[in-house]
Ligand binder design. Structure first.
Ligand code: GLY
Length: 387
């Protein structure tokens, strides 16, 4: 079996398939493993604070994945021989100006209507919990169930766990998934071919180019992040993930350890433009400084950009699609780290020959193609699935 793409999703699927001995030799193919969106991620496991009004299926899928995360983390850690970097301190969503406070209250209403456990806090209460928050913060929302993971620790653990289970990594670029019209036959690696009767596409934002069954289903959504470090003279960083909307622009600060924080993230529909823009960095710094003013004294260690794999309905593409043997594990958008747990369960079930688990059904890769709409707004799309 071939898994295309060694980000968190591909590495996790390869590890799980090898662990369950589902597919003979498992070859994980990527020219530069762990260098894409998984490396640049904030690492939030945050179905509630990442939820967008109206996207209940995304929230439910995320909540199902979060419930699976502790067991997933434990199993990976056991095979890797070390922890995956799970942080369980929770999340605070904060607001500064009056419009952001009103938005926060709408979110509270919305989440309570969905039966989600959230606690509305005044500015003073929120600062008592996180002294790093500045005086501009006027209100907050405690979401203890929204967690985080150190994305790079997770990638390292998945690599070690996969190696321990016999996953073979090939540092090559897959240019195409091959089929004979009915079944998958392998992958093209430039001038070479690697034969396989099962191929899992976990190539993130690059997935659509690999097979016509995935064409136009996944697009790059560029994001930029900063990695900053508290110096000896600096105020300590927050313990919890802090999220805010500053003048309507979302920003988050995710602690990695007692000194380091990831600040993110911009969002642009800009194709595969790899540059970190001055304007993006400027906005992130201005916005995070409004809620965490002490960050101005931190060292700026890294800026980075990558591409979230976006889909039209913000749900991933999971399971069989197109010719027999082709399996999608892509399109995770803003939620790759969160959804890796439910994705591993879903793809492992498919590789065992079972149907997609119920929790993953809304994300079935062969669902009606979104975007094909009638004039009255109904969906007309033909199934993208040929098999
Ligand atoms: N999940 C955070 C982001 O996509 O920026």
């Amino acid at each position: 079996m071939v898994v295309v793409g060694a980000g968190a999703v591909g590495a996790a699927v390869a590890w799980s398939a090898a662990r369950e001995q589902l597919a003979g030799e498992v070859v994980l193919v990527d020219p530069d493993p762990g260098s894409g969106a998984s490396r640049v991620a904030g690492g939030m496991l945050a179905p509630i604070t990442e939820a967008w009004p109206g996207e209940q299926e995304v929230l439910e899928l995320g909540a199902a994945s979060l419930a699976r995360w502790p067991a997933f983390a434990e199993a990976v850690a056991a095979d890797a021989g070390g922890p995956v970097g799970l942080r369980t301190e929770g999340t605070l969503q904060v607001a500064t100006d009056a419009a952001d406070v009103a938005d926060l209250d709408r979110v509270v209403e919305h989440l309570r209507a969905w039966g989600r456990d959230v606690e509305r806090l005044s500015g003073r209460e929120v600062r008592r919990r996180e002294p790093a928050l500045g005086p501009a913060v006027r209100a907050g929302l405690a979401v203890p169930d929204d967690l985080a993971v150190d994305n790079r620790a997770l990638l390292a653990a998945l690599t070690a766990a996969g190696r321990a289970r016999g996953v073979v990594t090939a540092r090559r670029r897959v240019t195409r998934v091959l089929d004979d019209g009915a079944r998958v036959t392998g992958v093209e690696l430039g001038d070479d071919v690697l034969e396989a009767d099962r191929v899992v596409v976990a190539a993130g934002a690059w997935s659509s180019a690999l097979h016509p069954a995935l064409a136009d289903r996944v697009r790059p959504v560029k994001g930029e992040i900063l990695r900053v470090r508290a110096r000896r003279s600096s105020l300590p960083p927050p313990v919890r993930t802090v999220r805010a909307a500053v003048s309507g622009r979302p920003v988050y600060a995710v602690p990695r350890d007692e000194r380091r924080v990831v600040v993110g993230a911009t969002q642009y529909e800009a194709g595969f433009d790899p540059d970190v823009l001055v304007g993006g960095v400027r906005d992130l710094i201005a916005d995070v400084e409004r809620v965490l003013p002490g960050i101005a004294d931190y060292a700026l260690e890294e800026t980075a950009a990558s591409f979230r794999p976006g889909t039209d309905d913000n749900l991933p593409l999971l399971g069989p699609v197109g010719p027999s043997g082709l399996v999608a594990a892509t399109g995770h958008g803003r939620n790759g780290m969160l959804l890796v747990a439910v994705t591993v369960d879903a793809i492992t079930a498919v590789l065992r020959g079972e149907a997609l688990p119920d929790a993953a059904r809304p994300a079935a890769a062969d669902r009606w193609a979104p975007g094909a709409r009638t004039v009255d707004g109904g969906t007309t799309g033909a199934r993208t699935d040929a098999g």
